[in-house]
Write a protein that binds this ligand. Structure first.
Ligand code: LMR
Length: 337
């Protein structure tokens, strides 16, 4: 249904739809640029923070005057608890939650949380580019969401407020903050620890006040949130991955004028390439900065130590294999060189 709206001397058509945002492109063309909001929960000096800014810059170059992307970092617009809901309600246009945060929308993406699934980030990248990986971008369509790209962060490390952190027995009985993921919950239970789901924006304070003893994250997230200042030891476990899916509202995206959608898609592809190229450098740099800061100690692990962590986390695979699907797990394993 279309409705005629007076804007100054011009008459423009405003599309009416259940998603309020669907009206934006038509009004935007007639007067000021269409303002598109990109919300995320991390700092700007991180792989995701930089990729989002690059997207903004590339959209400006392609669609300047027509479209203006505004980026809101650090949960300033929406935090973990609200961002997916806000996207469905049309209050934000792009978000990029970690792959651990989709399990209410599809069980398939839980794949990425299986401990020690990928040998390294090159394997993660190969899988995301494969047909099986790409199919996951469409796996949340039934829920009104469209995946646009995978963005890298990196491999996870484990940190605690204790001096000793080399073997699974060192975390028995400790409380850990986890992302909202049932797989991660099972992983920490398998380790004999107590997991607590918590939004990213609350982690620093929870670590500082001892509400939790530890957490798992990438070097980049730990450094940019200063977790190393409130933790004693970070063990280099590389036991899982934190990557992202950039998502948009399927209905709104489908209703965009084709030239705008094309410009946004091209900018997204280029920003993805850029962000995924710099992610490893950011994590290497932030690991060095944590070491230089001299607050948390970085614990490197032997092959035997890693084997012990791997063994204790193994039961998690069996528990989620049915939900994720054996085919998808095998496709991911094939990406390991
Ligand atoms: C976390 O919640 O620990 C991270 O996934 C945050 C992020 O977006 O990297």
């Amino acid at each position: 249904m279309k409705k005629s709206v007076k804007v100054g001397r011009r008459q423009v058509l405003a599309g009416l739809s259940a998603v309020g945002l669907a009206a934006v492109p038509f009004v935007g063309r007639a007067q000021s640029p269409m303002v598109l909001k990109f919300s995320h929960v991390v700092a700007e000096k991180t792989p995701k923070g930089q990729a989002a800014l690059k997207f903004r810059e590339l959209v400006q170059a392609r669609l300047g005057g027509k479209v203006d992307v505004q980026v809101f970092p650090n949960s300033t617009l929406f935090g973990d608890a609200k961002e997916l809901e806000a996207l469905l309600l049309g209050d934000v246009h792009f978000i990029a939650p970690s792959l651990s945060k989709f399990d209410r929308y599809t069980k398939k993406i839980q794949l990425f949380d299986l401990p020690f699934l990928f040998d390294d980030m090159a394997a993660v990248d190969r899988f995301q580019h494969s047909a099986a990986g790409q199919s996951l971008l469409d796996s949340i369509k039934a829920r009104g969401l469209q995946g646009l790209a995978f963005w890298h962060n990196g491999l996870k490390q484990l940190s605690t407020n204790k001096d000793k952190l080399t073997r699974p027995e060192d975390v028995k009985g400790l409380k850990f903050r986890i992302q909202a993921s049932d797989v991660l919950e099972a992983q920490f239970r398998a380790m004999g620890a107590n997991p607590q789901k918590m939004a990213f924006a609350e982690v620093y304070q929870a670590l500082q006040t001892g509400v939790v003893d530890g957490q798992e994250n990438t070097w980049s997230n730990m450094y940019s949130q200063k977790f190393h200042e409130v933790q004693k030891t970070i063990a280099e476990t590389n036991h899982g991955v934190i990557d992202y899916m950039v998502v948009t509202n399927l209905k709104w995206w489908g209703g965009l004028p084709p030239d705008v959608r094309k410009g946004l898609s091209e900018a997204m592809a280029e920003a993805t390439e850029y962000g995924n190229k710099v992610a490893a450098d950011f994590n290497a740099r932030d690991k060095d900065l944590i070491a230089q800061a001299g607050k948390a100690r970085i614990q490197s692990l032997t092959k035997d130590d890693i084997a012990a962590w791997r063994k204790v986390m193994e039961p998690v695979w069996k528990k989620f294999e049915g939900d994720i699907g054996r085919d998808l797990i095998d496709a991911a394993l094939k990406s390991n060189a």
